[in-house]
Ligand binder design. Structure first.
Ligand code: GUN
Ligand code: ZN
Length: 438
């Protein structure tokens, strides 16, 4: 029967978070662990999910079962902040944010005017996401529309749920990287018309950060947001102390950094602010009141010496948080490694990050922060079938430590502490195998 060609049956141990949580403590109770489970996939969506014994008779006779017993199947990881053109400059030595941008980042980003180059690097970038088990990302391009065209073209061939946008930047950067309020409006609009909601792709209006946009350009971003209300808004906020002081000089009439964006109508349900390391109390309130989200980027915040994100405050203020790798200020594409560093960021604040909370932030919590929790983030029936098969025994040390783990909390925490790209055994996007470890 023809329709059976698009049916898949996956057997293995499954772990996900059943529903979104209001507190960190709730997450453990919402965790679902099925030792011997079955997922049926139909046309890229989860059609049935549960215990193997309960579901096995539903598998059509002609369907071959993918048997991953001994592995751990989790929802695809969600990276809520990453720069694809910066993959080639990870590990640029010795600077904090503003010097790092001028000395390393801007010269690198100039290369993406060349569409052929952007295509090559888009392929590299998407392969890196998949080999690390990341199936959805919110991505910065460069100021060149070609950079985003190239990325969307490549992501479309995989049918990935990817959100991206062209950088808007009309001051305080080298001339070769500047657009204008008008050109950034027109170019972003053309990209939205072509790519937003095409297949699983979505568009993010992307002013780089307040210092590199004039008020006129932020008005242009607002006009786009009004014309296309279901697009995203993606930018940086309160990452570094010198950056914040500079924003206050550039926008003296505004009540702090976030107010620059808020005043220009750029806060809201699909607005994602990367970093937010140094927020004032009224800024936390504004993020909550506008239902805006934060991308927590631990490896980047440590690498650039930006500071320690106050995750506890985010829960307290009920502000949505997802994890961001922030390549290339961040130092890994890998979400397990990113969570490992997040744990240490909490330790330095005399706090904890449980394995369940960490896992939530990288999956369903990330989906919620992107307002995609009705489509991705866990294994509820009807969701899009993006998932990762993890090999918890990928190295001798991981194997030893896995065998010594006594509880689910322990197993998951060890996975986060020791796991990396070697741990990713298979990655499925839209129900299809998109990466397999060699
Ligand atoms: N702020 C403005 N641009 C950038 C960037 O490219 N990376 C980071 N980490 N912060 C920024
Ligand atoms: Zn960034």
């Amino acid at each position: 029967m023809k329709h059976e060609h698009s049916i898949k049956a996956i057997r293995g141990t499954f772990l996900d978070i059943r529903q979104t949580s209001e507190t960190a403590e709730e997450v453990e109770g919402n965790t679902r662990y099925i030792k011997d489970g079955l997922m049926l996939i139909k046309n890229g969506h989860i059609d049935w999910f549960g215990e193997w014994e309960e579901g096995k008779d539903r598998i059509p006779k002609s369907v071959r079962i993918r048997d991953y017993q001994g592995k751990l199947i989790v929802p695809g990881f969600i990276d809520t902040h990453i720069h694809y053109p910066q993959a080639e400059m990870v590990g640029a030595y010795g600077e904090q944010l503003l010097e790092w941008l001028n000395n390393y980042t801007f010269p690198t980003e100039s290369r993406y005017k060349n569409k052929e180059y952007a295509r090559e690097m888009s392929s590299f970038f998407l392969k890196q996401l998949l080999r690390n088990g990341t199936t959805t990302a919110l991505v910065f391009g460069t100021v060149h529309p070609e950079s985003v065209e190239a990325l969307f073209e490549r992501a479309e061939t995989l049918n990935m749920r990817l959100i991206a946008g062209k950088v808007m930047m009309d001051r305080n950067a080298p001339d070769y990287l500047l657009d204008t309020p008008e050109s950034s409006y027109e170019e972003s609009k053309a990209l939205i018309e072509k790519w937003h909601k095409r297949g699983r792709l979505l568009y993010a209006i992307t002013p780089r950060f307040a210092p590199t946009s004039t008020p006129e350009q932020l008005d242009a971003a607002h006009r786009l947001k009004q014309e296309y209300p279901d697009t995203y808004m993606h930018t940086h906020l309160c990452e570094n102390e010198n950056e914040i002081a500079w924003v206050k000089e550039l926008y003296p009439e505004q009540n702090g950094y976030l107010d620059v964006y808020h005043h220009h109508g750029l806060t809201g349900k699909r607005s994602v602010f990367a970093h937010c390391v140094h927020l004032e109390d009224h800024e936390w309130d504004c993020l909550h009141d506008t239902d805006s989200a934060i991308a927590f980027c631990p490896t980047s915040n440590l690498y650039l010496g930006s500071g320690l994100f106050k995750l506890r405050e985010a829960w307290k203020k009920q502000v949505k948080v997802g994890m961001g790798t922030d390549i290339g200020a961040g130092t890994t594409f890998n979400m397990l490694q990113t969570l490992n560093e997040a744990y240490k960021v909490m330790q330095l604040q005399k706090d904890k990050l449980s394995a369940f909370e960490a896992f939530y932030l990288a999956t369903l919590g990330g989906a919620k922060s992107l307002s995609l929790d009705h489509q991705i983030g866990n294994f509820n029936v009807g969701k899009e079938a993006d998932f990762v098969v993890l090999d918890p025994c990928a190295t001798p040390l991981q194997h030893l430590r896995w065998d010594n783990s006594k509880s689910l909390a322990d197993l998951l925490f060890v996975l986060i502490t020791l796991g990396d790209d070697r741990t990713v055994y298979r990655t499925y996007v839209d129900g299809r195998l998109a990466y397999e470890r060699g």
